[in-house]
Design a protein around this ligand. Structure first.
Ligand code: AMP
Length: 170
């Protein structure tokens, strides 16, 4: 076992002043740390009957495939606007300044698929809450979410009522 915290690099004032960006690329680049991270992200949901693991663009995609392989499920994509080629459903949600949208293919779930949401960082929880709304709109049933890390001081967890696992906490 390695100490996964040592593979996360804090980048102050990126992408804007006052934000400490959590750079996970050293963890992704390490075969040992990457495998340990996805094992720990998948573990609580191995017996949850997950049909599809949905990654949130874009770093969520890198984790979702490996987690799906462990769980024995398929993989789905929640994307930024304009990227998906076929009919979509979308949600718009509030940011600190302005709004943002997320999209998914309208046929991503074949009536009641059990969905696990995956992303790298839980911050304010806005992205996770919007992703759950989107998945519900498309007919999926969210069983939980697994994150590489949670920024606890932002209280994002309060915006999500299903089981939520985070490997690293700050
Ligand atoms: P939020 O909607 O505030 O929970 O933000 C979550 C999304 O923004 C995730 O997709 C993260 O990849 C990204 N994010 C938010 N804060 C950070 C941070 N401090 N470092 C890296 N990524 C972040």
């Amino acid at each position: 076992m390695v100490d996964l915290y040592t593979y996360i690099v804090d980048v102050p004032d990126f992408p804007e002043p006052g934000v400490v960006f959590k750079d996970i690329t050293p963890l992704l680049a390490s075969p040992v740390a990457f495998l340990q991270a996805v094992d720990e992200m998948a573990e609580p949901f191995l017996a949850s009957g997950v049909d599809i693991v949905v990654g949130i663009e874009s770093r969520g995609f890198l984790l979702a495939g490996s987690i799906a392989e462990r769980i024995g499920s398929g993989v789905g994509l929640v994307r930024k606007p304009g990227k998906l080629p076929r009919a979509i459903v979308s949600v718009t949600y509030d940011l600190e300044y302005g709004t943002d949208s997320l999209e998914i293919h309208e046929d991503a779930f074949h009536g009641g698929a059990r969905v696990l949401i995956v992303d790298d960082v839980l911050a304010t929880g806005g992205t996770l809450a919007a992703s759950k709304d989107l998945i519900n709109k498309a007919g999926g049933d969210v069983v939980g979410a697994t994150m590489l890390m949670e920024l606890k001081f932002l209280n994002g967890r309060t915006r999500f009522s299903d089981p939520l696992h985070a490997v690293l906490t700050y």
